[in-house]
Design a protein around this ligand. Structure first.
Ligand code: PHE
Length: 348
């Protein structure tokens, strides 16, 4: 009897080891537990129930087997829980070697960048910057600037009128064609001497490869006693040299016509590409036109009630797109307004 029990128990323990080796989750473990310890028909429980009929040795053996079996289960449970934890950790772990996702940081539009550069340079040259309304009246845009009604120069600036059919009585409103309007507003309210500059959007009825109906302008006005054309040239030379970061950049002045300045001039800079020799960019002339300027016309000073015997003034006007084009060697003005990040993102 003893031997039978002992053989059976040894066999059961061996079998239990094999069984547990097959177990790989908690549900299977529970099944195995019931197989031995189930209250109704667990193998070990059945033996324990009959314990009284065994002799001392068999009882000892049974108890020992029970303890060993329990330990096997405890160990197996611990191993399964540890494995489950490791699996979970592996699943939820963060791979720190993976590259993060970049967020695009915005930047100024190329025109704004140029705008800010010019602002800084002009501030160094003693200019204060002003802005003004984009919707103007004829007086500020034309009449005050020595372009009375029916003056042919108005047609060069032809623009967008806001009143459908301007009558003689009604003052037509229009989209300003240049930022000189801001200078007029400033001169009406402030006595000289002063150096002011204006920056902003302007509108003209032009649209082709090198013209867009809206563009940006920068204008400067310097009124003081004895300001001369030589001062103007010096000022523009420093301005352009700083802008293009080219110390020896040469400028050239050619006479032209503007109704609001006399004498008037167009200013060319040396072509940056061929350094004044001759190439396609500069039309084989070595020079590129960048701005218009001149001495403020006495009629304009009169209209602004500035004493023209005492004061003289110089003025200049620059297209910002044109400067951007030259500065970055761009070939088509329209890229600037298409809002294509692949293009705009290149300029920092
Ligand atoms: N306002 C002129 C234009 O838009 C530019 C300019 C300004 C020319 C000042 C001379 C002096 O054409």
């Amino acid at each position: 009897m003893e031997d039978d029990v002992s053989r059976f128990l040894v066999q059961m323990l061996k079998e239990a080891r094999d069984r547990l080796a097959q177990v790989n989750d908690l549900a299977m473990l529970e099944k195995a537990r019931l197989y031995y310890f189930g209250k109704k028909d667990g193998q070990l429980v059945a033996l324990l129930k009959d314990m009284r009929s065994y002799d001392v040795k068999a009882r000892q053996l049974l108890n020992q087997t029970k303890t060993e079996l329990l330990q096997l289960f405890v160990n197996k449970r611990a191993a399964l829980e540890e494995k489950a934890l490791q699996d979970k950790l592996r699943q939820q772990s963060i791979d720190v070697s993976l590259l993060g996702r970049d967020t695009e940081v915005g930047r100024w539009h190329l025109i704004t960048q140029q705008y800010r550069r010019l602002n800084r340079i002009l501030a160094h040259l003693g200019f204060t910057i002003f802005e003004g309304p984009e919707i103007e009246d004829e007086f500020h845009n034309f009449t005050a600037l020595n372009m009375p009604k029916h003056h042919p120069a108005r047609s060069v600036h032809d623009t967008f009128y806001l009143n459908a059919r301007p009558t003689v009585k009604q003052t037509p409103y229009l989209l300003r064609t240049h930022t000189s309007t801001i200078q007029i507003r400033f001169m009406k309210d402030n006595p000289p001497p002063f150096r002011v500059a204006s920056i902003g959007r302007v509108y003209r009825r032009d649209s082709d490869l090198t013209h867009t109906p809206m563009f940006h302008q920068l204008e400067g006005l310097w009124i003081d006693e004895k300001v001369s054309f030589a001062d103007l040239k010096g000022l523009l030379q420093v301005l352009l040299q700083s802008f293009f970061e080219w110390k020896k950049l040469d400028v050239r002045i050619r006479p032209t016509y503007f109704p609001f300045t006399e004498p008037s001039a167009e200013v060319d800079i040396q072509c940056q590409k061929c350094v004044g020799k001759s190439c396609r960019l500069c039309g084989y002339s070595g020079w590129i036109e960048v701005l218009g300027c001149g001495m403020v016309h006495p009629n304009v000073l009169d209209k602004m009630e500035i004493d023209k015997e005492k004061y003289t003034g110089v003025a200049f006007g620059i297209g910002i797109e044109r400067l951007a084009l030259l500065h970055h060697g761009l070939d088509d003005l329209r890229h600037l307004f298409e809002n294509d990040w692949r293009f705009l993102g290149q300029f920092t």
